[in-house]
Ligand binder design. Structure first.
Ligand code: NAP
Length: 307
């Protein structure tokens, strides 16, 4: 793979930025990568583990002279960071981001992007429940989707160049309109996270009644909820505050379906339950056939064999 940009700046050095750095290095996609994180502690960690070729003490210093600046901070912080770097952006540079919500990020960032600088929002559909500079790894984006959400009037070249970077990092790339993106993500990611947070909260309430049984017997479905519900609180607070309409729309539909299932249970309507579960099982099969998850039982977790 050949170099796509001379200089890339990563603002925010958490899971996504650190994975980007290792993936860029793996394929030699950039000449130099600079990085900046808000806290001294994160910058120190980054220097210690060799995350970025140069770790800077301000966002502006990292962004100055870069051909691509990627905002990798929580969605609610994007606007302030964009404002801070705006004066140093070089003409012809591209600003991008990795935020999980797109309409809000466009509204917060676009007003700060100077004439002659391109803005190409993006969202890699890849992550784990871990965060911080030490949580990243080069393979995170392999065979995952990255959605580009170009704003109106953007010429094709900067979009194609960013696409080449994401493909070089292992991702499959698609383009999408911001509102459509936010609705699709509300279904596939945002509402499921809220449901997982709720389920874990309910179980925690119950724990007070049943003592430690909830933890002890959590091997079944509940364990997977706890993994999702361990995701970063700042990131997810911002997602729900900024993708309000789409999330509420999906939660409304979810509640209706839940009531229908609740009614089927109450009235003993086994046919309804069976048909519903048959349909959802087929959806899981579709995800596996699309190469987006493993067919191995229990997500391929190794069996713990006791001596
Ligand atoms: P993360 O691991 O928590 O890292 C966030 C980084 O942003 C840290 O370096 C943090 O600095 C910095 N930061 C936090 N608040 C800031 C502020 N107010 N101003 C400046 N910098 C700030 O987060 P992440 O998981 O990489 O997520 C980053 C972005 O990617 C988010 O917008 C998220 O929506 C999106 N995303 C996440 C996932 C996922 O699964 N995690 C997937 C796709 C997209 P300190 O360490 O110094 O606090």
């Amino acid at each position: 793979m050949s170099q796509v940009y001379d200089r890339v700046a990563l603002i925010g050095l958490g899971l996504i930025a650190s994975s980007m750095y290792w993936a860029i290095r793996r394929a030699g996609l950039a000449g130099e990568v600079t990085g900046y994180a808000r806290s001294e502690a994160t910058r120190e960690t980054a220097r210690r583990i060799g995350l970025c070729d140069r770790v800077c003490d301000s966002a502006a210093e990292a962004a100055e002279g870069a051909d691509l600046v990627v905002l990798c901070v929580p969605v609610g912080a994007m606007g302030a960071v964009a404002k801070e770097i705006a004066p140093v952006l070089k003409p012809g540079a591209t600003v991008s981001d990795v935020g999980s919500v797109k309409r809000h990020v466009i509204e917060a960032v676009a007003p700060h992007v100077p004439e002659g600088v391109h803005f190409v929002p993006a969202h890699p559909l890849a992550g784990t429940e871990h965060s911080g500079p030490e949580s990243g790894f080069a393979q995170l984006f392999d065979n995952r989707w990255c959605l580009l959400v170009p704003v109106e009037g953007t010429p094709p070249e900067p979009v194609a160049q960013l696409r080449a970077l994401w493909e070089g990092m292992g991702a499959n790339v698609d383009a999408m309109d911001a509102d459509h993106h936010d609705l699709v993500l509300a279904v596939t990611s945002h509402a499921p996270h809220l449901i997982a947070y709720t389920m874990v909260g309910v179980a925690d309430d119950l724990r007070r009644v049943t003592d430690s049984e909830v933890i002890k017997y959590s091997a079944a479905g509940f364990r997977d909820f706890t993994r999702i519900a361990a995701s970063d609180p700042t990131m997810w607070r911002d997602v729900f505050l900024t993708n309000k309409d789409a999330t509420l729309e999906i939660l409304g539909r979810f509640t209706e379906e839940l009531f229908a299932l609740q009614r089927a249970i109450r009235t003993g309507d086994g046919e309804h339950l069976f048909d519903y579960f048959t349909h959802t099982r087929a959806i899981r099969r579709g995800i596996i056939e699309a190469g987006q998850d493993t067919d191995a039982p229990d997500f391929g977790r190794a069996k713990v064999v006791k001596a």
